[in-house]
Design a protein around this ligand. Sequence first.
Ligand code: NAP
Length: 270
Amino acid sequence: MDLGLTDRVAFVAGASSGLGYAAVAALAREGCRVALCSRDEARIEQAADRLAAALGLEDGRLLPLVCDVRDEAAIERAIGEAVQRFGALHILVTNAGGPPSGFIGDFDAQQWREALELNLMSTINLCRHALPHLRAAARSAGHARVLMVTSVSAKQPIPSLYLSNTARAGVQGFAKSLAEELGPEGITVNTILPGYTRTERLKDLARAMQERTGQSVEAIEAGWAAGNALKRIGDPQEFADAVAFLASARASYITGVALPVDGGAVKHLL
Ligand SMILES: NC(=O)c1ccc[n+]([C@@H]2O[C@H](COP(=O)([O-])OP(=O)(O)OC[C@H]3O[C@@H](n4cnc5c(N)ncnc54)[C@H](OP(=O)(O)O)[C@@H]3O)[C@@H](O)[C@H]2O)c1
């Protein structure tokens, strides 16, 4: 199937490693030009170099940018640089790191605010600043795409992930509102909900749970795997393939959807 992504321009946030990095790889493999950002200059430049070499990309297909998505001015700057370099923006993938795990007594008000900045406000601000460019792309190319990375915790809250559970629910409400408003303009808006997927974030969560429970990391991961229908942890590439499809011309009648990529971890019917 031709995904119709050749020469489309994508902006992927939180992309020096993990799910964001895999999303950049999948989009670039399908022919997109991609601006990718993270907080750390060395890490994001290494990520772009590694990907360009692995995929045999021509010079200039990837644009690594430094941008902390908690900083609205940095978002505005990074999106401006991407549009200036590539001349358009067709696809936005919002993403960042995850907040710490813990229960109600573990966080003060400031930590709650920081989690909402990291996972909710960053998503809103990325969309706000990308929107004029996405609208222009939809007018000239017929459609544009917004994909927001959230978590299965948006459908089925995970007991120790209070901060994530709360911020993701906000993103789901924002996404559904945006899908409704932007649909008539040809812009689709969907969320992708990873389940347990093998990245640095997963290692951090396993270590935190080990400290809390005394279980081994192997036992913790086995428990996570046992919780889904496929009985294994996911690979970032499996997540990224869903990103490429939803970003593509082929996903033209799918909007407002919350797609779990979780091996069947979410158990409810719909
Ligand atoms: N992996 C899973 O099993 C899983 C499951 C459900 C949900 N999620 C969620 O999916 C998202 C991505 O997860 P992941 O597993 O890929 O995490 P990860 O391995 O920790 O990677 C996070 C990426 O985001 C960048 N980043 C972190 N904070 C940032 C910020 N403030 N501004 C810009 N970039 C930032 C990091 O790069 P720098 O350090 O270079 O900035 C890194 O490239 C997270 O929100 C996570 O909670 C993950």
